[in-house]
Design a protein around this ligand. Structure first.
Ligand code: IPE
Ligand code: IPE
Ligand code: MG
Length: 275
């Protein structure tokens, strides 16, 4: 938190929002479906790719802000398995923007002690993009701060299927296939995000009320926050507002808040005849 206040101007809205956050109730992991680039551009009579271009700066801001807030992980949905359905020219622009982002941002990731990782199937990406990603992952690997997971050519269902297949092939290699136990812990240990905490907060921009195959396993108990703002307009204030809203949520994980469970009246009701 202190690290964030250092880069904000005292007195403005971002500063006030940051000061209003409760450091004890910070999400450990935030995941973001960065949506609405195309609509942002269309509303301005610009080609869709202009929206993608305008979406680069908010990525930089979100990454730095989350690192300075002391989050353990930030996962950004950059390209889904299903996004290959788009015109090749749009997909190629997305790869160009990704390499541009990486070439400019690695020094900043280093300055903010961020470890970059990729979740998803990178083998399908153009060689140049894969090389840039590998380099960024390698260069930032010994950092000790926030983990930045970029979800690229990612699909939540595929991730779960991959995890199960990894369990099967490891057991086959070890000759333990007959005794293989597939439980939640085993699957979790083979997910792309293994070892990280699950997202506490899932943000989706541009108003769509869906998950679009993102982190299906990990968001079982994430708090959902959907904003009408399109990704290119999602600035630091929007991010801090999302975290402030998260801090007001009542997370019960299937249980009850202490105030809801009043033992005396509950006991009475339980012993009453069922009609
Ligand atoms: C999100 O914006 C970026 C990617 C999916 C790569 P969109 O391109 O989906 O923008 P809309 O939803 O069409 O407005
Ligand atoms: C989800 O957005 C994928 C990313 C943000 C990278 P989409 O725009 O692809 O999702 P749908 O098609 O609206 O569900
Ligand atoms: Mg979209």
């Amino acid at each position: 938190m202190k690290a964030l206040l250092e880069i904000l101007e005292p007195g403005n809205r971002e500063w006030e929002l940051a000061c209003s956050l409760d450091p004890a109730r910070m999400p450990a992991h935030v995941a973001v479906i960065m949506d609405g680039n195309g609509r942002w551009a269309r509303r301005r009579n610009l080609p869709r790719v202009a929206g993608h271009r305008a979406g680069v700066e908010p990525v930089r801001v979100a990454v730095e802000t989350c690192a300075r807030l002391g989050l353990q992980s930030l996962t950004l949905y950059a390209f889904s398995k299903e996004n290959w359905k788009r015109p090749k020219s749009e997909v190629d622009t997305l790869w160009r923007l990704l390499t541009y982002y990486l070439s400019r941002e690695v020094p900043r990731l280093m300055a903010n002690n961020i470890r970059m990782r990729v979740i998803g199937h990178t083998e399908a990406l153009p060689v140049k993009v894969r090389q840039e990603l590998c380099e960024a992952i390698q260069i930032t690997s010994s950092n000790t701060g926030m983990i930045l997971n970029l979800a690229i050519n990612y699909g939540g269902r595929t991730e779960i299927v991959d995890a199960v297949n990894r369990l099967i092939s490891e057991a086959r290699e070890e000759g333990t296939l007959d005794n293989l136990v597939v439980d939640e812990e085993a699957i979790e240990s083979k997910l792309d995000t293994a070892g990280q905490l699950e997202p506490d907060l899932l943000i989706r921009t541009s108003g769509e009320m869906r998950i679009s195959n993102f982190l299906l396993w990990q968001i079982a108990y994430a708090e959902l926050y959907v904003t009408e703002i399109c990704w290119p307009d999602f600035d630091r204030t929007c991010l801090l507002e999302a975290i402030a809203a998260y801090q007001k949520r009542d997370r019960r994980f299937g249980g009850l808040r202490p105030a809801q469970a009043s033992p005396a009246t509950e006991a009475e009701a339980v012993s009453a005849p069922i009609r």
